[in-house]
Design a protein around this ligand. Structure first.
Ligand SMILES: *Cc1c(COP(=O)(O)O)cnc(C)c1O
Length: 515
């Protein structure tokens, strides 16, 4: 071999530490090692999911922490099999398993296998969706999925959007755009004009909206009082009369309604704000309407309940969390906007990455629209899901959990040991154990205890929340494999733990009083 006419020396054999490290680099020379390592991992997880007896072993942080502390991170094990065996003990054995039918706690779904296939592919190829020259087809696939989602929402051809890390980021992004649009509409271009308007911006959301709305407002420099809580009706949906009243009041005070956030599926109650009526109010005053459908987005593909989202097509922006109701692995979310021009409110051009001349040449650089720069090709998981099982397949599964929630609600409503709150339009059920009249004062503690005792037993997991200051229990049903029998079983366990608590507290009280 010659370089510049001189004979190059034959490469020296590299010392082994480097050769050893290189053997772990993903590439053409290690394709076989890659195949084997991943097969080991898949095998370990597959064996584990077949074996788990409950959603959780109930291990405490105090019991697990020392095991993880003891690992010497400066002394590697050298091979995948050994590291996996260790991981089995440190993580897999005691993980919380969402595929288990008695996991009834938070908004975590069991995932579909086509999405896991997508996950394996996307992390190995490791495309980064900031620019075309780091992603190629991945960018076009993401764009197709945004268009597809926009179509399901009922937006026109002008729609656009971007995949994000989750509903929190999607909501933040929506409010960034709404804030910038409020500045633009007020002609506030100079720094002084923006500073003058900023404290006068208001965001309206119901009291049942997600906390990320308040968090976003704070990050956007809005004042503490910027998020105005709109009353809900008894069914926990935004009261449109109250909304109209608040909007009028704010405007009379000379304040600017930057956005109204309607929730399509509140995290606690699964309630859906009256989207069309809220859109009417927004339209009348020219306010940005953001619909947070992080949870309710599964209705976009529901064969029987799509009508619950009627009016969503009138939103300016919509949050969808595919990792909540499309059975996708975390992370998979998107923000979709009706008017593609709005995305420009978050556009910056960097010479090294996405110079403006590229936009002029229509080179698709997704970083022009995203709050992130380096970004995972999460869209591939949804793509594989749609290509293998189709949107109807996802919708049928979501419908099943909605039916299950109806059954669970009826079971609890018929059970004298419990009281149930409202009726969810989605798949949550909020309820509490109700002790006898004389022990009514123990109700809060009995419910808190029941939830914890159930988790510690490893038999099941439920969530908790507060309603009007009282402690309640909550099912969030997202697993189509959960049966009414599983629900009945968990209800009995909860009642048993609560009863035991009341008995113990009563006995302790009697002993103290010397009875
Ligand atoms: C879960 C949820 C969010 C936050 O989404 P993440 O993906 O957890 O960031 C926002 N809004 C609603 C209504 C949610 O249920």
């Amino acid at each position: 071999m010659t370089i510049d006419g001189k004979t190059a020396q034959a490469p020296r054999v590299l010392p082994s530490p480097s050769a050893e490290a290189r053997s772990h680099l993903f590439g053409d020379r290690t394709a076989d090692a890659y195949r084997k390592a991943l097969a080991l991992g898949v095998d370990a997880v597959a064996s584990r999911v077949t074996d788990v007896r409950g959603p959780f072993t109930g291990i405490s942080p105090d019991a697990l922490a020392p095991e993880i502390e003891q690992v010497d991170l400066d002394r590697p094990l050298g091979d995948s099999a050994a590291a996996l065996a260790e991981l089995e003990r440190l993580y897999l054995r005691d993980a919380v398993y969402f595929h288990h039918p008695r996991y009834l706690a938070h908004l975590n779904c069991p995932v579909v296998v086509p999405a896991l296939l997508g996950e394996a592919v996307l992390s190995a190829v490791n495309s980064s969706l900031d620019t075309w020259d780091q992603s190629a087809g991945a960018t076009l696939i993401e764009r197709r999925l945004i268009d597809w989602t926009a179509g399901r929402i009922g937006f026109g051809l002008d729609a656009d959007g971007i995949f994000t890390s989750g509903g929190t980021q999607s909501n933040l992004h929506a409010l960034v755009l709404a804030r910038e649009e409020a500045f633009a509409r007020a002609g506030a271009r100079s720094s002084e004009a923006r500073q003058a308007l900023l404290p006068r911006l208001r965001v309206l959301a119901s009291g049942a909206a997600h906390f990320s709305v308040r968090k976003s407002a704070k990050m956007l420099g809005l004042p503490m009082e910027a998020v105005v809580s709109v009353d809900t009706t008894a069914d926990r949906r935004m009261d449109v009369t109250a909304l109209r009243r608040e909007v009028d009041r704010l405007r009379a005070e000379g304040l600017t309604v930057m956005a109204v956030v309607a929730t399509a599926g509140t995290t606690d109650f699964g309630s859906i704000d009256p989207l069309a009526a809220v859109a009417d109010v927004c339209e009348a005053v020219g306010a940005w309407l953001h619909v947070d459908a992080a949870y309710g987005c599964g209705l976009l593909v529901s064969p029987t309940r799509r009508h619950l989202l009627e009016g969503v097509e009138r939103a300016d922006s919509v949050t969808v969390d595919f990792h909540k109701s499309f059975f996708q692995p975390v992370s998979s979310s998107a923000l979709v906007v009706r008017d593609s021009r709005m995305m420009a409110h978050a556009t910056y051009y960097a010479d090294y990455l996405n110079p403006a001349r590229m936009a002029e040449r229509r080179i698709p650089n997704q970083v022009d629209k995203s709050l992130q720069t380096t970004r995972r090709f999460d869209a591939l998981k949804l793509w594989m899901t749609l290509r293998v099982m189709g949107a109807d397949g996802v919708g049928v599964l979501f419908d099943e959990v909605l039916d299950l929630a109806v059954a669970a609600h009826e079971m609890l409503a018929d059970d004298p040991r419990f009281e149930v709150v409202g009726r969810s339009q989605l798949s949550t059920v909020v309820f509490r154990y109700r002790p006898s009249e004389e022990h009514a004062h123990l109700a809060d503690d009995a419910n808190l205890h029941a939830r914890e005792a159930l988790a510690t037993s490893g038999e099941g997991m439920v969530a908790g929340t507060r309603v009007d200051g009282r402690h309640f229990l909550k099912f969030t049903l997202l697993n189509p494999r959960t049966t009414p029998g599983d629900i009945a079983y968990v209800i009995d366990l909860l009642a048993g733990h609560a009863e035991q608590f009341v008995e113990a507290a009563t006995a302790a009280g009697a002993a103290r009083d010397g009875v």
